[in-house]
Design a protein around this ligand. Structure first.
Ligand SMILES: CC(C)(COP(=O)(O)OP(=O)(O)OC[C@H]1O[C@@H](n2cnc3c(N)ncnc32)[C@H](O)[C@@H]1OP(=O)(O)O)[C@@H](O)C(=O)NCCC(=O)NCCS
Length: 266
């Protein structure tokens, strides 16, 4: 049976997520599970086998029309039983019943079980993003992060996606305004960087504009993270060679490439 999770499922979920990425690794589920069970911005669905949760998936509401599937996990003892497919269907129905018309997810390029499962669930690949990370120790030469310029900043192209932590959704001018008003946008010479504080890092979720501006902004993002007292700056960005060069020059290390998948909820 598939149902929404309750606080009683917490221990079982944490237990079967213990070794998701192999012995000695950490799964972020334990850090977010209380928010997910509380359903702050979505709903956590579980497969219940004889009263015990053996699989979970969080359907997160990203905007009035968009949903994102996060944290799909199946107990290693119960894999290849169709649970991820069944959970995906349940989460898509839940999203549709809350008027979300599109659902997305991101999956590491090398995670073949998950890539197989998402294709079977009818999702299409629509793009990719690369994870970049940099410690804030020894930050790059300090650009003045308060500097603004009179040049107009770039607009997102229609349907362009940006990273909101570990999730993606469409970027709008309203998002850029909101980031600016909350003090988490940096501009320079026709470029803009959108930032967001995370748990132990600051996220760089969108970097756009002329190549020279992006190079400056990548360094500025690290300074912002340093000034915010974060040990790390992380970026999850779609991008071209200029973005990669900007991040490398600012001392970021390239991490995994994540493929973005999308499906209508109907
Ligand atoms: C990926 C994962 C969620 C799949 O869960 P599952 O319940 O075993 O998957 P299902 O039984 O629903 O499989 C559905 C389809 O996915 C594909 N698939 C699943 N596991 C696979 C594997 N190990 N190798 C290749 N294809 C696989 C198959 O096409 C499968 O259909 P089939 O069994 O009829 O051939 C599970 O392996 C898991 O929890 N992995 C660790 C966490 C993870 O990677 N989460 C997703 C990334 S965010």
């Amino acid at each position: 049976m598939i149902r929404l999770a309750t606080a009683e499922d917490r221990a079982a979920i944490v237990e079967f997520c213990r070794a998701t990425w192999g012995p000695g690794t950490e799964d972020y589920i334990e850090r977010v599970i209380d928010r997910w069970i509380a359903g702050v911005d979505g709903a956590l669905a579980v497969v219940d086998l004889g009263g015990r949760a053996v699989a979970c998936c969080y359907v997160r509401f990203m905007s009035p029309r968009e949903a994102f599937l996060a944290g799909m996990r199946v107990d290693p003892a119960h894999r290849r039983a169709g649970f991820s497919l069944a959970l995906t269907e349940y989460c898509l129905r839940h999203a549709a019943s809350h008027r979300r018309s599109v659902a997305r997810t991101i999956i590491g390029w090398n995670n073949s079980p998950a890539l197989g499962a998402i294709a079977r669930a009818g999702f299409n690949r629509v793009g990719s993003m690369t994870l970049w990370e940099r410690s804030t120790e020894d930050p790059p030469a300090p650009p003045d992060v308060a500097a603004e310029s009179a040049q107009p900043s770039p607009h997102p192209s229609p349907g362009e996606l940006w990273a909101v932590g570990w999730a993606v959704r469409e970027l709008t001018d309203e998002d850029i305004r909101e980031r600016t008003e909350s003090g988490w946008a940096v501009r320079r010479d026709g470029g803009v960087a959108l930032l967001r504080p995370g748990e132990d890092h600051v996220w760089l979720g969108w970097l756009a504009g002329p190549a020279a501006a992006r190079a400056w902004l990548a360094r500025a993002a690290v300074r912002v993270a340093t000034n915010a007292g974060s040990p790390r700056c992380r970026a999850l960005l779609a991008g071209d060679a200029a973005t990669a060069q900007a991040l490398e020059a600012a001392g970021f290390t390239r991490g995994l490439e994540y493929l973005i998948y999308e499906r209508s909820t109907r």
